[in-house]
Every structure is written in structure tokens, then in C-alpha cells.
Design a protein around this ligand. Structure first.
Ligand SMILES: O=P(O)(O)OC[C@H]1O[C@H](O[C@H]2O[C@H](CO)[C@@H](O)[C@H](O)[C@H]2O)[C@H](O)[C@@H](O)[C@@H]1O
Length: 266
């Protein structure tokens, strides 16, 4: 992995930032610093920078949160908002929603029944039913290793067909065959007519975008990781502000007559 703020990284920003570049971001741990999952929000300064960027080029947010949840946390409307790890917000996929909802409802019932037994599961484990997928949070558990082992065994019994995606103190349970963030970003590029895109994420579900291995997509991970498929990294989550400034500066200087956003009728 290469630091984004390096000669090589800046050269890639120069290459990828062109009129209509789709600037796409994960939410938790990328645009929003980690806090308790109920309290996560978009910092005001980041919101202002995203609005500025959006005045010049399309902006997308791809999150694991449910659509209703993320909408309530965003004080602005991005050009594209994809939720539930790629399951909500991409046109055309609604036809499978009822199937996913029924699968997830069965898993949720079985999991909640088991988790309600305090002798078997840590009180710090909580189930977040996002309708089309589940998140099982354990950030507040006392013993992470023991909790991870117990939860993994529980998923095999109670949700055997689930695609279990680990995250930061969370397991995401996704219905089999569901689209992921990589599928979603590819669709959004088509919908936006974008030749190039930038994607910034920090977690396992973002690896589905990084693994696309598409030279037209500049992949950036928040924090270096030897296991990631992203090509570049930001040292810390706070560096997202510097990246947004760099994108704005680049669009303003390279395309002073309206940045990269094609004007109406083009
Ligand atoms: O795709 P993302 O936008 O990164 O969403 C992934 C999950 O984010 C949330 O959980 C994470 O953020 C919490 C709040 O900062 C944190 O407490 C938790 O440990 C993280 O896993 C969200 O609650 C999940 O539904 C998302 O799947």
C-alpha cells in the first residue's frame, strides 16, 4: 500500500480527477469517526467540504447502514446514496427486497432468542435489524475473542446461509446472492456516466470495491493494512478532510469553469 499523500498518490489524484469523476465514500470510519453506532454523525466541516465538492462533481456515499438510518444522519443529499452494503439505493434491485427481508426476519428471530440468554452471550452484544441485512455489534463486549468464537458458532446454527462479513466490532449478515458495494459502485459509475471514480473506505465491506481492481477507480483505505486490496491509504480518519480539500483544489484549478460537473444539456 502506498500513502495517498505521496508523489505517486498525487499523480494518481491528477490522473483520476477529470470532469465527471465520481467521488464515493464509505460512512462509518471514513466520513464519520467511530463512536457508539447510535450516535454516529457527519462532522459539520466534512459536510461543508462534501457540498463544495458536489457543486463540481457527483458525490456518492456507500454505507452498511440501512437507508432510513443513513438518511437521518446526513444533513445533505448526495447524488447517490447506497445503503445496506449495496442492497438499497441502486435502481433495479428492489425486486429482490422482499426475499431478503423474509430471510433476514427468520435469522433475526433465531439470533435474538439466543442472544437473550445472558448465561451464553455477553450483554454487550446487540442486534441491529436493518431489514435486508443484520449487524451484530460487540464493541461493548467484555471479552472480544470469546464473543467472536461464540457468535461465529451461533451464526452457523441460526443463519447457516448468511454471508458473514466481519467489520470493526461488528458482524454483518448478508443474504446469499445479494449485491455488494463493488457491484453498487460499478452501477453508479454507469448511472453517472463517470469514466473515473475515487472510493475511500476503511473496513471489510469496502474490500468488495477495492477488489474490483479497476484502473479507472482510485482505491483508498483509511489506515494502512497489509490485508487490504486498496492501492493507497490515508494515515488516519482525520485525513479525510485533507483529501476533500485536495479534490476540491484539483477540480478548481484544472477545470476552473465549473469544476468537473457537466453542465445541463451536456
Ligand atoms: O459501511 P459503513 O458506513 O462503514 O457501515 C458499517 C457499519 O457501520 C456501523 O457500525 C460501525 O460504526 C459504529 C459507529 O461508529 C461502531 O460503533 C461499530 O463498531 C462499527 O461497526 C453500523 O452500525 C453498521 O450497521 C454498519 O454495517
Amino acid at each position: 500500500m502506498i500513502p495517498l499523500f505521496s508523489d505517486q498518490g498525487r499523480a494518481q489524484i491528477d490522473r483520476i480527477v477529470r470532469p465527471g469523476v465520481l467521488c464515493a465514500f464509505d460512512f462509518d470510519g471514513t466520513l464519520s469517526p467511530f463512536v457508539g453506532y447510535e450516535n454516529a454523525s457527519l462532522p459539520e466541516a466534512i459536510c461543508q467540504k462534501l457540498l463544495h465538492l458536489q457543486s463540481m462533481t457527483p458525490v456518492a456515499i456507500l454505507t452498511g447502514r440501512a437507508m432510513a438510518d443513513i438518511r437521518a444522519r446526513l444533513p445533505f443529499k448526495p447524488d447517490f446514496l447506497v445503503a445496506n452494503h449495496g442492497l438499497e439505493g441502486v435502481p433495479g434491485q428492489e425486486k429482490d427486497h422482499e426475499k431478503y427481508r423474509r430471510t433476514v426476519a427468520c435469522w433475526a428471530e433465531a439470533l435474538q432468542l439466543a442472544l437473550d440468554n445472558p448465561t451464553r452471550y455477553d450483554r454487550g452484544v446487540s442486534l441491529d435489524n436493518k431489514r435486508y441485512s443484520l449487524a451484530v455489534h460487540y464493541r461493548k463486549a467484555a471479552d472480544y475473542d470469546a464473543t467472536e468464537g461464540r457468535l461465529t458458532r451461533l451464526f452457523a446454527e441460526a443463519a447457516p446461509t448468511a454471508h458473514v462479513l466481519p467489520g470493526k466490532f461488528v458482524y454483518n449478515l448478508i443474504p446469499p446472492g445479494a449485491p455488494d458495494k463493488g457491484d453498487a459502485l460499478s452501477e453508479l459509475m454507469k448511472a453517472a456516466g463517470a469514466q473515473t471514480a475515487l472510493y475511500v473506505g476503511d473496513d471489510w465491506t469496502d474490500e468488495d470495491v477495492f477488489a474490483l481492481d479497476n484502473p479507472a477507480i482510485l482505491t483508498v483505505r483509511v489506515e494502512k493494512s497489509d490485508e487490504s486490496r486498496a492501492r493507497f491509504y490515508l494515515e488516519t480518519q482525520e485525513d479525510i478532510a485533507t483529501l476533500l480539500d485536495a479534490l476540491i483544489d484539483k477540480l478548481q484549478s484544472a477545470f476552473p469553469r465549473g469544476g468537473g460537473r457537466p453542465t445541463q444539456g451536456n
